[in-house]
Design a protein around this ligand. Structure first.
Ligand SMILES: Cc1cc2nc3c(=O)[nH]c(=O)nc-3n(C[C@H](O)[C@H](O)[C@H](O)COP(=O)(O)O)c2cc1C
Length: 211
C-alpha cells in the first residue's frame, strides 16, 4: 500500500515521542548503509534526528540530503546494522530494507550543530540535529514503530515484584535500574508508559526508596 497523504500516526508515531528505527542511506559508491537511529516524530510528516559526528549515516545524509526510515521489530536487523552493516542483498534498489514492515523516504530540510553536555555516554558529544520531511510512506504489514518505553515498564514491574524478596545490595541495583528506566521513559516513552512508570515510582517511594 502506498500513501500519498503521509501521516506518521498510521505507523503509530505520536508527535513528541521517539521511536527506534533503522535508517538506510547511500554510501555514494553504489553500496548502501544501515544503522539503528532514534527518530523523534515532529508532526504528521516531519521527523527530527540527532546523529553523532563520525557516523557514516550522518555523512551520507549531509551529502545526499535523503534517506529511508525503516520500521521493524526484528532484533537481528537492529543487531546486524549496529555491529557491522546489513549485507547488501538485504536492501531494495530504493534503499529500503527488504523485510521491513514499513518504511518512509525522507528529505532533510535543515541541519543544526548540537553539543549536548548531559549525554550519558559522551560528556560533550558533538552531533547534528536535522529536521526532515517524510515524502513517501509504504506500509507492507500493519505495524507500530518501536518505542523503548514499554520494555522498561515491564522490566521495572518485574523488579518491583521481586523487590521485597531480595537483599539490600540487589535492592540498590534495582533502584539504580529504575532511575535509569524512569529517565528514559520520561524522555522517549508514550504517555501510557510514562503514567505506568509514575505509578511504579509512587509505590517505590512508599517502600522508602531514595529516588
Ligand atoms: C536503538 C538504537 C538507537 C540509536 N540511536 C542513535 C541516534 O539517535 N543517534 C546516533 O548518533 N546514534 C544512534 N545509535 C547508534 C548508532 O546506530 C551507531 O553509532 C552506529 O554504529 C552508526 O553506524 P554508521 O556509522 O553506519 O552510521 C543508536 C543505536 C541503537 C542500538
Amino acid at each position: 500500500m502506498v500513501n500519498m497523504e503521509i501521516n506518521l500516526a498510521s505507523i503509530g508515531m505520536e508527535k513528541g515521542r521517539q521511536y527506534e528505527t533503522i535508517i538506510t542511506t547511500n554510501n555514494g559508491n553504489g553500496s548502501k548503509n544501515a544503522a539503528p537511529i532514534g527518530v523523534l516524530c515532529a508532526g504528521d510528516n516531519k521527523i527530527i534526528c540527532r546523529i553523532f559526528k563520525g557516523s557514516r549515516t550522518l555523512d551520507n545524509i549531509v551529502r545526499e540530503k535523503e534517506f529511508v526510515v525503516n520500521i521493524t521489530h526484528d532484533p537481528e536487523l537492529f543487531t546486524l546494522s549496529l555491529l557491522k552493516n546489513l549485507p547488501q542483498d538485504h536492501f531494495n534498489e530504493n534503499l529500503s530494507i527488504k523485510c521491513a514492515d514499513a518504511y518512509f523516504k525522507c528529505d532533510a530540510i535543515s541541519f543544526t550543530e548540537a553539543v549536548k553536555q548531559s549525554d550519558p555516554i559522551r560528556n560533550k558529544g558533538e552531533a547534528i540535529v536535522f529536521k526532515s520531511k517524510a515524502v513517501d510512506l509504504v506500509i507492507k504489514n500493519p505495524v507500530k514503530a518501536m518505542n523503548r518505553g514499554f520494555g522498561y515498564v515491564i522490566e521495572s514491574l518485574g523488579n518491583f515484584k521481586r523487590f521485597d524478596l531480595v537483599d539490600d545490595a540487589k535492592k540498590e541495583e534495582y533502584i539504580i535500574q529504575f532511575k535509569e528506566a524512569y529517565r528514559v521513559v520520561l524522555k522517549v516513552g508514550r504517555k501510557e508508559d510514562i503514567k505506568a512508570m509514575k505509578e511504579i515510582k509512587k509505590e517505590l517511594l512508599k517502600k522508602g526508596c531514595d529516588l
